[in-house]
Design a protein around this ligand. Structure first.
Ligand SMILES: [Zn+2]
Ligand SMILES: [Zn+2]
Length: 137
């Protein structure tokens, strides 16, 4: 049996099927039911309204959404925060801005590397040509 500290309440528990302890599982189930219930009555609720009304943290609601337990199809105004900047989004883990910025950074980093390699290559090539040039003529 594997013992672990519950990441939610810090209590030591026997980890069987879940990553959190049984009492937290129960609490989260209750929280989920409260959210689902509220959304049944208020389909147009936003995540802040839902959090205010149920007392469930936005973080936890975001988890429900990402786990697919709360469906955004049935909640047209529901969204969750971008993992990087916190802007509200409806798909993926990041907003468009952060995604663009991140992919640009990745591209710049890889371009930086490859252009270094290229100029090294160019340098050794021109050195080779200079060394061999008199012989070739
Ligand atoms: Zn716990
Ligand atoms: Zn963002």
């Amino acid at each position: 049996m594997e013992l672990a500290n519950c990441p939610r309440c810090g209590k030591l528990f026997a980890r069987h099927f879940r990553d959190i302890c049984p009492s937290c599982v129960k609490v989260i189930e209750k929280e989920y039911e409260a959210c689902a219930e509220y959304l049944r009555k208020h389909r147009g609720a936003t995540i802040t309204e839902l959090s205010d009304a149920t007392g469930v943290t936005i973080r936890q609601i975001t988890k429900f959404i990402k786990e697919g337990r709360i469906s955004l199809y049935n909640a047209p105004n529901m969204s969750y925060p971008c993992e990087v900047c916190g802007v509200l989004i409806r798909e993926g883990n990041m907003c468009d801005n952060c995604r663009t910025r991140l992919s640009k950074q990745v591209r710049l980093a890889s371009e930086g590397k490859s252009s270094d390699r290229q100029s090294d290559h160019a340098r050794s090539e021109s050195a080779y040509q200079i060394n061999n040039w008199p012989k070739d003529r």
